[in-house]
Design a protein around this ligand. Structure first.
Ligand SMILES: [Zn+2]
Length: 259
């Protein structure tokens, strides 16, 4: 009997040791990502709503991934020509998004544009939340290498039409996901921007799945988004080189846009 006690004591000490190691395990360092916001005046959007939405997205990113979204400023845009914008990829579409982003002080980081309507040369239905990212061989985007000089300033922008506003009377008709709040659309679009990908997760259970069943990101998505700044740096440098090469020797036809 006697010889058991040291073994039990050792066992208890080991458990305590493991518990304290677990408690002291440092949380991963917060990665900061700047986010700018523009919203249009003649719409259902209000400053209170876009701020509440930002806070919701910031909570999701911090809890899920240890990413701190840093708000760089909210600008209310009065310009009557920018209340509805072209969400497409033609010259007008690219011009509208950049003009709205460049309203007010320089927008830093990824940018969310809250507009009244988003019309689209390839879409007839009015509901649009869309993120714009440069694609390359390694990541699927909707802004293409072949058009790099024309589209590069639209990279890192997401638009949200007022149909996503909680004060829009038709909102309930459009939003059907029982586990998500209406605010979570913004976090999903930010996910596209930080992942630099237009892809959706095929399996339900995270914000990037097609039906967005949970208010979380998967570990792999978090790891990728936490390297956002490094990947952006490499991507832009790589695209510039790829584009020069493309101009020198390519006779390839433009790809069809996967819309
Ligand atoms: Zn999406």
């Amino acid at each position: 009997m006697k010889s058991r006690y040291p073994a039990l004591l050792l066992c208890a000490l080991t458990i305590l040791g493991n518990l304290s190691a677990w408690a002291e395990k440092p949380k991963p360092e917060l990665i900061e990502v700047p986010v700018s916001i523009r919203y249009v005046a003649q719409s259902h959007w209000t400053e209170a709503e876009v701020l509440a939405r930002f806070n919701n997205a910031a909570w999701i990113f911090r809890q899920s991934c240890g990413i701190q979204l840093n708000l760089q400023g909210v600008v209310r845009v009065e310009d009557p020509n920018l209340q509805d914008i072209n969400g497409g990829f033609n010259d007008q579409g690219i011009k509208d998004k950049i003009a709205l982003k460049e309203s007010g002080p320089a927008a830093k980081g990824v940018t969310l544009l809250y507009v009244r309507k988003v019309y689209h040369e390839e879409n007839t239905f009015p509901l649009v939340a869309q993120a714009y990212v440069l694609g390359d061989r390694r990541s699927p985007g909707n802004l293409y290498l072949e058009e790099f000089p024309r589209v590069q300033k639209a990279h890192g922008i997401a638009v949200l039409s007022e149909h996503y506003s909680t004060s829009h009377p038709q909102f309930a008709t459009y939003f059907h996901s029982p586990n998500l709040t209406p605010y979570d659309v913004d976090a999903h679009e930010l996910g596209h921007l930080l992942l630099n990908s237009t892809d959706h997760d095929k399996f339900p259970g995270n914000l990037m799945s097609i039906n967005g069943a949970e208010r979380t990101f998967k570990q792999g998505q978090c790891e990728r988004m936490r390297t956002y700044h490094e990947r952006e740096h490499v991507l832009k440098r790589q695209l510039e080189q790829d584009y020069s090469r493309y101009m020198r020797n390519s006779t390839r036809r433009l790809r069809a846009r996967p819309w």
